[in-house]
Ligand binder design. Structure first.
Ligand SMILES: *Cc1c(COP(=O)(O)O)cnc(C)c1O
Length: 359
């Protein structure tokens, strides 16, 4: 039997979250599928979103946008989608022609002038505005110049956005006020989409001017940042595989092929599963638990290719093993967020599978 571990995903939960978020905020959703869709598999998620008639997505890098575009075109001959990339173009505009779906961000006046000089269709560009809180974007002081450029060239963009910095509640309100002012100044109708809030911003604020909310965390139902929405459902439902072998500790002691110092002296039996940090199942999982036949067992040691679990006589070869069965508690238990654990799971060695679509 195949004892390889796989990531189990719930497509109904994904669709539920999309509908729920739209209803809750009365806005459209721009799903963020960067970082391999937060470890869920950006190709699988992009196709699922497409099938749900949600055809505009956001990523951080051009490399991600290109992989997803190639996948959609080569496997399904699908090309009517858009991928907003938070990065700006450097000086290479050549690949944009090949990939009309890929929509870069303008992070400075210089970016915009370059795009105009290279005849890039402006309706595939997004304007990022920076309110002095750090990352990148057109500076507040440059908005007047921007306004003139827009007016003079009759520019219509794909979108305008900013980062809603909310170190404090009132800072956030200030960003919303300024962003709204800038959007109105540049002309709301010059943007197909207007978006400002990620997960925290969605919970903290209602923003009248936006057309979309922009989130990965809530799309996947990942929650651990001090907010909790009982109506969201986790798309990730576990890292699942089977017990590969079971040994008595004294036997292992004798064989001595692993360091047994970390095993509790009361433990008589150890189960081995075929997943380790080489698969991206991090050593930080030591001393957490997994689920076998509805009982929690301690993970005693993670090695590169295998992991050892302290079990009892209930457990046999071939039993189903559920890792990360309590995803939203990982941060409390280990100090590492479930998001980081998920992104770490190797895309090369561990498949992502929608429940009910196992092939
Ligand atoms: C990653 C990212 C997001 C998504 O944030 P969540 O916390 O997943 O909601 C939104 N906007 C930008 C610019 C990002 O880089």
């Amino acid at each position: 039997m195949n004892t390889s571990f796989y990531v189990s995903l719930d497509k109904d939960a994904l669709y539920h979250n999309i509908e729920y978020l739209r209803e809750y905020k009365q806005k459209e959703l721009l799903p963020v599928i960067k970082a391999n869709a937060y470890g869920h598999n950006s190709l699988l998620i992009a196709k699922a979103l497409y099938d749900f008639n949600l055809k505009t997505w956001a990523v951080a890098r051009f490399s991600e946008a290109i992989s997803i575009t190639e996948y959609m075109m080569n496997n399904f001959s699908i090309n009517d989608f858009k991928i907003l990339v938070f990065e700006s173009l450097n000086d290479d505009y050549s690949f944009l022609e090949k990939y009309p779906q890929i929509c870069p961000t303008i992070n400075s006046i210089k970016d915009l002038k370059n795009a105009l000089a290279n005849n890039i269709p402006i309706d595939r560009l997004s304007l990022k505005i920076d309110f002095g809180f750090g990352r990148n974007g057109v500076k507040e002081e440059e908005v007047d110049e921007l306004k003139n450029l827009i007016k003079f060239n009759s520019l219509k963009f794909l979108s305008i956005f900013s980062h809603l910095f909310s170190a404090s509640y009132t800072d956030g309100l200030e960003v919303i006020r300024k962003f709204t002012e800038v959007v109105n100044k540049l002309g709301r109708n010059n943007f197909q989409m207007i978006h400002l809030q990620n997960a925290a911003g969605i919970y903290n604020y209602d923003v009248e001017v936006v057309t979309h909310i922009r989130t990965g965390m809530l799309t996947y139902g990942l929650q651990e940042a001090g907010f909790y929405d009982l109506d969201l459902r986790p798309v990730f439902t576990g890292l699942i595989g089977y017990v590969d072998s079971v040994r008595y500790v004294n036997e292992l002691d004798y064989v001595a092929y692993e360091d047994l110092s970390s095993i509790s002296p009361k433990t008589k039996k150890i189960a081995k599963i075929k997943i380790g940090y080489g698969d991206g199942f991090l050593k930080a999982n030591n001393k957490t638990t997994c689920l076998i036949k509805k009982k929690e067992y301690v993970i005693s040691q993670v090695t590169m290719d295998n992991t050892f679990i302290e079990v009892d006589d209930r457990v046999n070869v071939g039993d189903k093993v559920h890792l990360y069965h309590r995803p939203n508690e990982m941060k409390l238990r280990t100090g590492i967020s479930m998001l980081e654990f998920l992104i770490a799971i190797s895309p090369l060695r561990v498949k992502r599978i929608f429940k009910g679509e196992e092939s």
